[in-house]
Design a protein around this ligand. Structure first.
Ligand SMILES: Cc1ncc(COP(=O)(O)O)c(C=O)c1O
Length: 396
């Protein structure tokens, strides 16, 4: 093992290069159009097709997509918005961008998802809330539709609650044969460097609603009534445009879209590769289940995007989570934590006077959560080394 330790350096995440990134980037550079133009439009079209959505709007980050999505749903200052505590700060900070207030929710232990039951209880306690941010944590779709009982979509419809899906982790992902991105009204994806497909930095909003798509397209470029591409290819003179709202500067440049187009071509292969890694972990870590909890899934493995493989060290594990991470790093293995919950983050904790005891499942997860390396084309000897190192640290 010591000999192996010297040789092995396994990062937490690694960007897989597809095949056509350089080709498409070259085309962009040669075209002379480096900002938003034909490649961004092609990326939008192909992405919309991939998730079976009517509209897709490319932007320069997942956070920008979430911000534009919430704005287009009509959130106003003072409104309250349900959001899980077990997520990245983007999911909640966008509520503050609009001077609205988050109402943090606990999540289900094992999946880190909001369930229909958790949502129903939150509605009973907060009947005034009209918006919900659903996070498809780790690439696993929340129970939006459910055969046996009411899904999140049904409950929200009944209570006139609008949903914004944070699908930053969830491409490509499915629920009951439907793609995440076409389940609800608005879904937002991230193409940050470690995401299932990347553009370096970037994001995409998908919607079935034409009015929302129109609003997002306007607001992502300063509230101008024509985008730059349209100004230079349309019939009207290029200088002529109107500003109809105070918008933002969130458009995706074509260089990034070129990377995205190439990555999209390989998205299903990357997903299958991630699934292979997850299956390896399930098989080889199950003997340690008295010491660690493995992620729980309620969708078939092929419907999961497998962005993360988060395990939870149980209370009887011989080392703490922090010590475990240290020892994995000493062995050359990168890990991460998804997440330190938002109710423990200074800003949210102080501003909203949040108490850890209101989030029992999230707290149970937080005490022991560690995300293991997962990326396409991980080698079997790397996986073997990771699982053996975990066994050694836990003295199995
Ligand atoms: C759950 C979640 N939501 C939103 C985001 C924001 O995406 P981006 O970094 O592209 O702005 C991330 C990124 O890490 C995320 O993990």
């Amino acid at each position: 093992m010591d000999r192996l330790k010297k040789a092995m350096r396994i990062p937490f995440a690694k960007v897989p290069v597809a095949a056509n990134e350089l080709k498409y980037i070259k085309e962009v550079l040669e075209s002379g159009w480096l900002t938003t133009a034909g490649k961004a439009m092609a990326f939008e079209k192909n992405f919309a097709d991939a998730v079976q959505a009517r509209f897709a709007c490319a932007v320069n980050s997942g956070t920008a997509a979430l911000h534009l999505g919430l704005e287009a749903l009509g959130v106003k200052p003072g409104d309250r918005v349900f959001v899980p505590s077990m997520t990245f700060t983007s999911s909640a900070e966008i509520i503050r961008y609009l001077q609205a207030n988050p109402v943090f929710l606990d999540t289900e232990y094992g999946t880190n998802l909001i369930t229909p039951e958790i949502l129903q209880e939150a509605i009973n306690k907060n009947p005034d809330v009209r918006y919900l941010i659903v996070v498809h944590y780790g690439g696993h779709a929340a129970r939006m539709l459910s055969d046996e009982q009411e899904g999140i979509l049904d409950i929200c419809k009944k209570h006139r609650i609008k949903i914004l899906e944070d699908a930053a982790h969830a491409f490509p992902a499915r629920l009951n044969n439907q793609m995440v991105g076409s389940l609800g009204e608005v879904a937002c994806f991230s193409f940050y460097a470690n995401k299932p497909i990347t553009t370096g930095e970037g994001g995409m909003l998908t919607t079935q609603n034409e009015a929302i798509a129109g609003r997002v397209k306007k607001m992502r470029l300063h509230g101008i009534d024509r985008d730059v591409w349209n100004r230079f290819t349309g019939n009207k003179p290029s200088w002529e445009y109107d500003v109809v709202e105070a918008g933002y500067k969130y458009n995706m440049p074509d260089v990034n879209a070129a990377i995205g187009l190439a990555q999209l071509e390989k998205a299903e292969e990357f997903r299958a590769e991630r699934q292979r890694v997850a299956e390896y972990y399930y098989e080889h870590l199950t003997p340690l289940k008295h010491l660690i909890d493995l992620p729980v899934t309620h969708v078939p493995f092929q419907d999961h995007a497998w962005h993360l493989f988060p395990v939870v060290l149980k209370e009887n594990a011989p080392v703490s989570r922090n010590k475990f991470i240290e020892k994995m790093a000493e062995a050359g293995i990168g890990t991460s934590v998804h997440y330190k919950p938002l109710h423990r983050m200074t800003y949210y904790k102080n501003k909203y006077q949040l108490k850890a005891s209101d989030f029992p499942n999230t707290e149970k997860t937080w005490r022991g959560n560690v995300s293991l390396p997962i990326f396409p084309y991980m080698q079997d000897d790397e996986l073997d080394y990771i699982c053996k190192t975990i066994g050694k640290i836990l003295k199995y």
